[in-house]
Ligand binder design. Structure first.
Ligand SMILES: [Zn+2]
Length: 88
């Protein structure tokens, strides 16, 4: 189902207009992955490890990747987060 069709059933869905295009063929039909680090913190004292914080806490975003649905080209966006692709 296309995003615009889903919007008919869920009108509160937040759909953003994007300026992103495939750098190879200029298509604007893309798959976009914004990746972040998930982590747990452990502390070792005298050889004993104790769980300190988090169970798969979401950490900093490490980058945004694109794959073109038209030509299959893959690349890393200059913008760290997907919000950098939005048209205000
Ligand atoms: Zn392309």
């Amino acid at each position: 189902m296309k995003v615009t069709e889903v919007k008919k059933y869920i009108p509160q869905l937040d759909i953003k207009k994007s300026k992103a295009k495939c750098p190879k063929c200029r298509s604007n039909n893309l798959l976009i992955l914004e990746k972040s680090i998930h982590y747990q913190e452990w502390e070792q004292i005298d050889g004993l490890i104790d769980h300190v914080e988090g169970y798969m806490n979401s950490g900093d975003v490490i980058g945004t990747w694109g794959t073109c649905k038209s030509c299959g080209h893959s690349w890393i966006f200059k913008s760290l987060q997907i919000t950098g692709l939005f048209i205000e």
